[in-house]
Structures are given as C-alpha cells and as structure tokens.
Design a protein around this ligand. Structure first.
Ligand code: FAD
Length: 375
C-alpha cells in the first residue's frame, strides 16, 4: 500500500493518476479542509499533456483560460519579446492555460477517491524499515505503508530529514499576488510581464472574468516594511507602470491578496530515498519565473504513475522515475533562477543592455529554449 503525504497539487494529481491504474492509495493532508488558498497559476502545455495522459485534464481545461502568447514588456510597457503559445498548441495539441488555484485543486480533488483522503492528518515523523515505512501523525496514531510519496511541499519534513542540507534558498525578491475583476482593460488570452528598475509586474486573465496578477521587488529576506503593506500601499509601489496596474492591485479581493518571499532549493541528485519518494515542491521547489512549479509536480505524478504501471518491480519503477524527472525538474530550477535574476535587475546599465538585446532575440529561439519541457 502506498501513502501520499500532502494533498496539494502534486499529491492530488498522483492520487488521481494511481486511481486510474487501479491502485489503492491513501492521502494524508494536514489541513482540516480545503480552503481556496493561493491566487492564480499558469499551467504550461507540458502540464496539460501530463494531465491529459492521466485522463484528468477535462475539468481543468473547463476552468482554465487558454493563452495565445506571453508578452515581456519593458518599464514603459513596450513589448520587448513574446512567446507564442499557439506554436506549442500546434506542436503538442495542448493549450497553455491560466487557472484559479482553487479551481485546479477542486478539479483534481474530484478525480481522487474521497474515502481514502484524510484531512487533519499531519505527519510529524517517519521511520524507514527494510520492508515498510512507519508514519507518525500529530494525533499520536501510527500507520505502516510499503512506500511513502512525500508531496508535502517546500518545507517537506521528509526532505529535511533525508537531506538536512537541502534548505530553501531565498531568491532575493519578495512578491505579492492577487485576483481582481477584469474591467475590459486586460486583454483575454494574453499573459504579460513588465520589467522595470522599480520592480516587476505580471498579469494574466482568468476564465471567469477575473485577472491574476503578481508583483515583485528586490528585498532582504523577511523585510518587515514590505510585509506590512496593504493593497493601496502596494499599488503605489507599482503605479509607475500604469493606472491599470495600480487598479488591479488596489481592487484585489482581500482573500486573494497575498505576500510572500520567494524561495527555491538547490537541485537534488535523486528524488528517491529507499521507500520514500519526493514529489513536487518537496523534490524541486523552483522560483515561479517560468510558471512551472505546479506543472513539474503534475509531470512527477504522471511519470511515477506510468513507471509503476509499466515496470515489473517497484525498484525498477522508482529508478525510472528518477531518470525521467531529476534532470528536467532541476533544469527548471536553474533556468527559472536565471530568468528571475535578469528580470529583477536594478542597475541602469544592465537594464539598458537587457532592453536593447532582449527584443533582438528571435521568438523561435525563446520557443526552442522551452522545448526541453516536452522531452
Ligand atoms: C508566487 C508563486 C507563484 C507561482 N506561480 C506558479 C505558476 O504560475 N505555475 C505553476 O505551475 N506553479 C506556480 N507556483 C508554484 C506552485 O504553487 C507549486 O510548485 C505547487 O503548488 C507545488 O505543489 P506541491 O503539491 O508539490 O506542494 P503544495 O501545493 O505546497 O502542497 C503541499 C501540501 O502538503 C501539505 N503538507 C505539508 N506538510 C505536511 C505534513 N507534514 N503532513 C501532511 N500534509 C502536509 C500542505 O498542507 C499542502 O496541502 C507558484 C508559486 C509561488 C510561490
């Protein structure tokens, strides 16, 4: 019997995938119930392909806004370059979408066996034996499983225990996120990101007439000033971009106005530690600059499902999972970190260089840099 610890995007996708191949798995989630946490998410067509192949894409597509392109703008909101998502659609027959995080959660939750999903079950300790893993919960219960998939996010207690040196690395910038109504001032099917000396602002339409936005500035870790800003104060930090930007921030719904410092982890050499398998952010937390964190968690789920379904032993399946996932997920961590580094430049010389050179990069080259996501 397999246990999945963590009922986030990765844990749910795996539970849904394993259910499709007839496996009985138990999911343990520390939260008492589902709350509409988080704002919006971008899901690349690689993630949609994985969901499709697991037979769980339909509900997600229905709740998503298909994107035709991603625009990169300078501080004056002039387009510097674009990624043409319709080429990805043509090549892989899958949309790139934006989706409300809660809607993605709900769609995945509908695909799992509710009777095997256990809320209010926080794993506080575990022990590995030759033939099993024992999980200890906050309510002092203990259960044994053949294998445990740790889908318990960036602060995974499994990763902390198995790889104590693998601690979250602060990216150097702090970020706000939110959801506001689209008053016709944000075009449909296009996501945009503007880079200026005073920070970065990104926005994308959602399917239900809302807009998801994010905003980042360079900051020291746990900066108290930034943590204390309300919506209007945050809006004035980014109002130099345009009145629409300031409006999106100041008119955000309170429940979805979020502020966090951003982190990733140093790439790991393996996601498999005997009978404990790391998945999603537990294995490869990345900065969100490529919009790939959830997508990579979904790909983990797909590859693990496929490996378990096709290999003759769990040992072979886990080795295949590692081979398929480690290199690619780690490349996302590295590339995303590089993108964030260049997008957050404040030095006028570097910004001048970026604003001159970036528009000269052929769109086909930007597109080619993404194709590793489909290999
Ligand atoms: C600002 C920002 C923007 C982002 N934008 C995007 C985007 O556009 N596209 C994208 O693909 N990704 C994006 N991401 C990344 C994405 O949110 C994560 O990569 C994704 O949520 C990882 O899924 P997960 O299942 O691994 O972890 P999580 O979604 O974090 O789920 C972990 C689950 O485990 C539970 N848990 C934790 N510890 C325990 C325990 N001890 N016992 C039981 N349960 C436990 C938690 O309660 C949680 O439900 C963004 C992230 C950030 C911070």
């Amino acid at each position: 019997m397999i246990a999945i610890v963590g009922g986030g995007i990765g844990g749910l996708a795996l539970a849904a995938g394993l259910r499709k191949i007839g496996m009985d798995v138990h999911v343990f989630e520390q939260a008492r119930s589902f709350k509409p946490l988080g704002a919006g998410l971008g899901l690349g067509s690689n993630a949609m392909l994985a969901l499709d192949r697991m037979g769980i894409a339909e509900d997600v597509v229905k709740a998503g806004m298909p994107l035709k392109e991603q625009q990169f703008l300078n501080g004056d909101l002039k387009v510097m370059n674009k990624i043409d998502f319709s080429l990805l659609k043509k090549k892989f027959d899958e949309e790139t979408i934006t989706i409300h995080r809660a809607h993605l959660h709900e769609a995945l939750f509908r695909a799992v066996d509710g009777s095997n999903f256990h809320f209010d079950k926080q794993v506080i300790d575990f022990e590995q034996y030759d033939d099993s893993v024992a999980l200890t919960f906050q309510d002092n219960t203990k259960h044994n499983f053949d294998y445990v998939v740790a889908a318990d996010g960036i602060h995974s207690i499994f990763r902390q225990n198995l790889m104590p040196s693998s601690v979250p690395r602060y990216a150097g910038y702090t970020c706000w996120r939110g959801i506001a109504k689209n008053k016709g001032d944000v075009p449909l099917h296009i996501s945009s990101e503007a880079w200026s000396k005073q920070g970065r602002f990104g926005w994308a339409p959602l399917h239900n007439g809302d807009v998801y936005w994010f905003a980042c500035v360079n900051a020291v870790e746990n900066d108290e000033h930034y943590a204390s800003l309300n919506k209007n104060e945050t809006a004035s930090l980014f109002s130099h971009f345009s009145p629409v930007v300031a409006r999106l921030i100041s008119e955000s719904e309170d429940a979805y106005f979020l502020h966090h410092d951003l982190y990733d982890i140093k790439p790991l050499e393996s996601f498999v530690y005997d009978r404990v398998i790391l998945l999603g952010d537990a294995a490869h937390t990345t900065t969100p600059n490529m919009g790939q964190g959830a997508g990579q968690a979904i790909e983990d789920a797909y590859e693990l499902m496929l490996a378990i379904d096709n290999e003759s032993s769990m040992t072979a399946a886990l080795s295949r999972y590692d081979t398929k996932r480690v290199k690619k997920a780690n490349k996302v961590i590295k590339l995303s970190r590089q993108i964030g580094w260049a997008a957050q430049w404040q030095n006028p010389l570097l910004i001048g260089f970026r604003n001159t050179v970036f528009p000269l990069i052929p769109k086909s080259l930007l597109f080619r840099r993404l194709t590793f996501l489909f290999k």
